[in-house]
Design a protein around this ligand. Structure first.
Ligand code: ZN
Length: 200
């Protein structure tokens, strides 16, 4: 009995081994298919047909690795800010400099087209307009479009403005956007409680 059962269980092991190998091949094939599908679908969304809006500096676009300083006012993102707001930012920057802090401006004034594009990108990223609207306002509601908001790139500068900015009327206005600042109070007064998110 023991002699007979041995080759049988050996045969069973072989069948099991082949089945396992077959399973691995199927899984690999599925992974490759998925990877190819994802590559092509992201390729399809990154290539825009002619005539689709591509934002430029004229729309206030700041290329992601070239944050502006408060003095780079040849760039439309700064030049088209509300002048009193820009003055407040410059005065705050002058005071922050004494603490070794530089305001890296990653976004300022934006055209309606750029704002619309950012919202569309956010809808794509978050999968629904409802979630996207928590982070990106519509063009008619955005304080970037009216030149009354900036986004600041580095954590030390964000925290500095949150602590000291009210001396120039500068406040964080959305609880979920630590980087977004507006002139929201009289210089020296307390900042209002930030709104929950960009839905207002
Ligand atoms: Zn912002």
């Amino acid at each position: 009995m023991a002699v007979l059962s041995h080759p049988l269980s050996g045969h069973r092991r072989l069948v099991l081994l082949l089945a396992t190998a077959g399973g691995i091949v199927l899984v690999l094939a599925a992974v490759v298919t998925l990877a190819v599908t994802l590559t092509f679908s992201s390729f399809a969304t990154s290539v825009r047909p002619a005539g689709i809006f591509l934002p430029t500096e004229e729309d206030g676009l700041i290329v992601s690795d070239t944050a502006l300083s408060v003095d780079d006012d040849s760039h439309p993102a700064l030049a088209r800010l509300d002048p009193a707001f820009l003055d407040a930012l410059r005065a705050a920057q002058a005071a922050a400099e004494a603490d070794g802090i530089r305001f890296d401006i990653t976004s300022g004034w934006r055209s309606v087209d750029l704002q619309r594009q950012l919202l569309a990108d956010a809808v794509h990223t978050y999968g629904s307009e409802e979630v996207a609207r928590q982070y990106v306002a519509t063009p008619d509601a955005s304080s970037h479009v009216t030149g009354q908001a900036v986004d600041i790139g580095t954590l030390d500068a964000q925290l500095w403005i949150i602590e000291h900015g009210r001396a120039w009327g500068l406040c964080q206005t959305y609880a979920n956007e630590r980087w977004h600042f507006e002139r929201a109070t009289e210089p020296g007064d307390e900042c209002p409680e930030p709104k929950l998110d960009a839905r207002g």
